[in-house]
Design a protein around this ligand. Structure first.
Ligand SMILES: *Cc1c(COP(=O)(O)O)cnc(C)c1O
Length: 234
């Protein structure tokens, strides 16, 4: 199957999942998770109509930006971002989805102020409270919202989550549901600079469940590009 055929198949599944949930399929954006794929593959995905691309590693982002790989689609950063690398990402991407600590927020604020821009971000929630994962816990995010709202050069556009790896279909529905509830609750609080335009959750194996629970952006890699070859060192 080609990248274009895979994307057509995913769109059909998005439509079916949305309609089954009584939602408009157009509410759901397809973000191509492009890690370990070269610029030609990225271009093929954009030509086949993905809504945006999500990159995980700063080095890959920089390389593909220099090759104009993302022309025609917004580019997002979706991987763990070290504070010493914010300069290579702030102002270079439309959305940083994976903002997972107060320290990182502070570093992004500083760089965005220096560049005199507003940087759009999502707050990454560690919804499964997993020690192996970064991200804010639900309690932390409630405590920090007033402070986050005060960053003058950061605009929060929503929430992102990577729930635990699940063994059985439907296992993560409770986490997706919790994320949805959190998004509704945060929207209702009406903080300055904090809105929930995007609820980014769902990947190749579970995006239909995520859509059923209210996801508005799914991040899909394997189902678009095929399995990644981790024997190549990156
Ligand atoms: C790789 C990745 C994805 C996509 O995962 P697949 O299972 O290949 O669809 C989504 N989100 C993030 C943050 C990723 O790193």
């Amino acid at each position: 199957m080609s990248i274009a055929e895979n994307i057509t198949a995913i769109r059909a599944k998005i439509n079916a999942a949305a309609i089954a949930a009584g939602r408009d399929p157009k509410e759901i954006l397809l973000c191509a998770a492009t890690k370990m794929n070269d610029s030609d593959n990225v271009r093929a995905a954009i030509a086949a109509g993905v809504d945006c691309c999500g990159e995980n590693r700063v080095q890959e982002l920089t390389k593909k930006l220099s090759e104009n790989a993302y022309e025609g689609a917004p580019v997002h950063f979706i991987g763990h971002l070290q504070t010493n690398k914010v300069r290579q990402v702030v102002g270079k991407v439309d959305l940083i989805q994976s903002v997972d600590s107060l320290r990182l927020l502070q570093a992004i604020q500083k760089e965005a102020a220096k560049q005199e821009i507003m940087q759009d971000i999502l707050l990454e929630i560690n919804i499964g409270n997993e020690e192996s994962k970064t991200g804010f816990t639900v309690k932390e995010i409630y405590d920090l919202l007033p402070q986050i709202s005060d960053f003058p050069n950061i605009c929060v556009q929503g929430l992102m989550a990577i729930p635990p790896i699940c063994q059985n279909p439907g296992e993560n529905d409770k986490f997706f549901q919790e994320m949805y509830n959190l998004s509704v609750d945060i929207t209702a609080k009406k903080y300055d600079n904090i809105r929930v335009r995007f609820l980014s959750m769902g990947m190749s194996d579970d995006f239909q469940d995520a859509i059923a629970c209210g996801s508005t952006m799914i991040r899909v890699g394997t189902a678009i590009f095929g399995a990644r070859d981790y024997t190549q060192s990156h």
